[in-house]
Design a protein around this ligand. Sequence first.
Ligand code: TXA
Ligand code: MG
Length: 322
Amino acid sequence: MNEKIRDQIKIAAEIIRKGGLVAFPTETVYGLGADGLNSVAVAKIFEVKNRPTFNPLILHIENIDRLNTVCEIPGDKVHDLIEEFWPGPLTLVLPKKTNVPEIVTAGLDTVAVRMPDNLIALELIKESDTPIAAPSANLFGQLSPTRAGHVQKQLGDKIDMILDGGKCSIGIESTILLIENDDVTLLRPGAIPLESIREIIGEIKLFPKRSEHPNAPGQLAFHYSPQTPILMLTVENIEKHKDEKIGAIFFKGNDSKFNFEKEIILSNNGSLSEAAANLFSTLHKLDDLQLDCILIEPFPLEGLGVALMDRIQKAVAKYEMR
Ligand code: TXA
Ligand code: MG
């Protein structure tokens, strides 16, 4: 890390300690950070994102000792998961301790915590000397940011500072697990595939039913949407929109006999991790081209493909409902 970025981190940490907002890079997406133990600072996150306050935030920590200060650690599975995946894109939802403000957890008795795998993020948390509460640094419901410029576009004039750490290496949000005694439930598919989690702790429960968790966070029907209408790339949708300016996103290549106004291939050699790293930045790019619609090819439902399809399904849901 060079001197310049070190100096910027010091300034950013000062802003966090004084209750301000700093956008910072993580390995998944950029986060919009505030002092996670200062409820007034955290309230500003909800305000600038336009985020409903029933949707709780993740606390980002930089060392394991800090974990004990914000939550209980029930059972061995948590230790095994942390040992294997931290620092990294795994968020654990655990019983909270009383010093965590209600606004962080939306009044729930659990708190989401993760240790990001990004040197700038880790250094910022360390210098700030507090857990940093951070959602993705985008306006509520819109595309997640994987570059500093994406944050600038949506939130630039509303926050105190953006730390530029270049492109996020993974490009898709963390996997979220709810830990209850010995039960582990997947709340959001993400950068760590289910297969890898099962290798460490065995079978886990899948998405909670809405009926069991009436206000389960992360269960919003639509999210991650560009401003340009987005639909699945299917024969019917191509037919329906054939007279329009279409931007097409392919996983590894255009097998259709159509030529589109703009075509983007996420990974020529069919790598899901390369596709994940390029997905949000591709959507940001197409969103700036004044297209009539974006058509996106479905991903295979294995490994990271599950998380990618989750994001795409939520993005298209907004437009399918019209
Ligand atoms: O990769 C990531 O996780 C990124 C980076 C910045 O760390 N953060 C992120 O935050 O994606 P956000 O706020 O966009 O998504 C956090 C999700 C939300 O769906 C929220 O409902 C869920 O975590 N969540 C937070 N606390 C929870 C809790 N106590 N119980 C259940 N879900 C929780
Ligand atoms: Mg988000």
